[in-house]
Design a protein around this ligand. Sequence first.
Ligand SMILES: C[S@@+](CC[C@H](N)C(=O)[O-])C[C@H]1O[C@@H](n2cnc3c(N)ncnc32)[C@H](O)[C@@H]1O
Length: 675
Amino acid sequence: MSYGPDNPHPFSQLKTELIWQGKYDAFGARRAPMRLKLPFQTVETVNESAQQRQLTLDMFHSGRPTEWRNRLVWGDKKYVLPALLDEFAGKVNLIYIDPPFNVGADFSFTASVPPSPFENSAGEEYGNEVSFLKEPSILEQKAYRDTWGRGLDSYLQWFYETLLFLHELLGDDGSLYVHLDWHVGHYAKAILDEVFGSDKFINEIVWVRSSPRANIKLGMSGGHDTILFYTKSENPIWNPQYVDLSEKYMDSHYSLIEKETGRKYRLDNMISPNPDRPNLRYEWNGVLRVWRVTKGNMAKLYEEGRIVYTKQGVAQYKRYLDESSGTPLSSVWQDIRPVNSQAMERADYRTQKPEALLERILKASSNEGDLALDCFCGSGTTAAVAEKLNRRWIACDLGRFAIHTTRKRLLSIEAVRPFVVQNLGKYERQAWQSAEFGDAQTAALLAERYRRFILELYHAQPITGYAWLHGLKQGRMVHVGAVDAPVTPADVTQIAIEFRKAVGSGQDAPQYAAVDVLGWDFAFELNEVARQQANQARIAMHFVRIPREVLESKAVAAGDIRFFELAALSVETVVQKNQLTLKLSDFVIPPDDVPEEVQRMISHWSQWIDYWAVDWDNHGDAFHNEWQTYRTRKDKKLALQVTHTYPQPGDYRIMVKVIDILGNDTTKTLAVRIE
Ligand SMILES: C[S@@+](CC[C@H](N)C(=O)[O-])C[C@H]1O[C@@H](n2cnc3c(N)ncnc32)[C@H](O)[C@@H]1O
């Protein structure tokens, strides 16, 4: 049957809609994002007092809600956003996102090797700081493939899925600001209209970030970003903002000066533009007009000295410059400069946005105590400004270096409130394991298939007949740690016992007394104890971290999985009465990620270290960051020792966390007795 007015073609019924490849599946159904609600794990608390820590623990154990803590989450937004839903759907007041755009700028970063602490004969530090460009990690490249892998189509699907979760997370009074530029701003607008409703579109903000460049061959120099502003409902939080008046404006508009006080002022017309207001029609100073204020108010203003008469005796209002809030903000923002190389706030993160930009957004669309979210936090601008403006915040990023930069930046804020660092850790891995190998009939088979997969990636051959030894690689035995538990010293003991039994028996027998112990996590105390155990058993054990990239099928398919040996950290302890002195005495990282020429410039192990922190009384839970020191742009020196006074004698477990210049962390546990 042919189409026509009585049988309209489906195309004639279509409404405005942006379509990209992948928006609909083969059956014509809308593709929805994965909604895995994985639980968060707190891996670190920062700035928490010992009492508060105990109180929080007690409240948690008794099932009472614990006090709010701001949250810095390391993870991909595709896992983090759905994981936030149970707790925060409808509860976020403000969301600002500055999504990734261009792989080069978003993921690579400039890492710096600080100067050596050795001094030369002139008493100056030896050598200069060396910077190098750290290329994106495999995981970061994978995130790029997720977004731009199939060009614009995949980016739009990725963006659409992000928006669905953000819309659910926003409260009724909430606002969303999406920071983009002219490359995709227009597509994003169409998707935002679809998810939020075009009636919730409030402004397209043009942030003029740079002056025009001269060397443009064709067309005009592009110097602005676009920020799209949407609200969830008709009643969002809104605090009008003002911009400082320009010098030119002040000179031309506030040209009068009050003799007695020196205050600048101008005179405003007091005659109402609407002549049809009988109640405002009266005679004042012998002049009959329709005025802007009632007679009573006119009298009050006169008393206050605010009325000045023209020659003809017409009242005018005296408006002082120092009482002006400025010009109401327009959607073109020209008064905020990008972060320059000398700026105090500079965090050396390539895509860092200025704090003034976030300050304006947070002040306009949130109040003190409100909750702000940024799931692409980068250097942590949103979190830092929210912290300073007394808002609560959740900041997330996929990049290890972004999380480290944000943590350092927050710590540099005076009296920063306690916050936690979280990830999805083993739950993400469990979800991956059951998705990958879930069709195995038994738990043993599941574990077996998982181990074989890891061994294959590690280029090791699987072996059978042992409980703790799973493979062989170039004459060394290999143990594969469980997907959801750290490798513990007890595991190391078992590995050593089994290894001893295995030596010299059968064709799978190892050629060297060496075992590679692969693990996702290593129990904090493992390093030292395990190394001692291994030495006693005269086995060369290498502790090797299974990289998170293993979870990413594309990275696996591309064959770009690299395993890294754990960094070795040496810490000396000296106890004197109730005082403990910790001294970092060595740090070795496997430097695969650092260009050779940069490695050659490193003359002291401490140059690898960017930051270190201590938990003085660890109870085997998260790392409680009670003291920390780090290099800053201004001060590149790093203290390598610290002394702590214990109020109570006892046996203490101390945890030291070192973060290297690439953002990788290494943790070490020590035991001390304070008499
Ligand atoms: C343009 S930068 C944000 C810069 C930030 N506004 C600032 O002021 O520093 C984008 C960030 O998104 C992060 N990112 C990219 N893909 C991600 C994903 N799937 N989940 C979470 N973060 C992601 C990148 O690591 C990068 O730090």
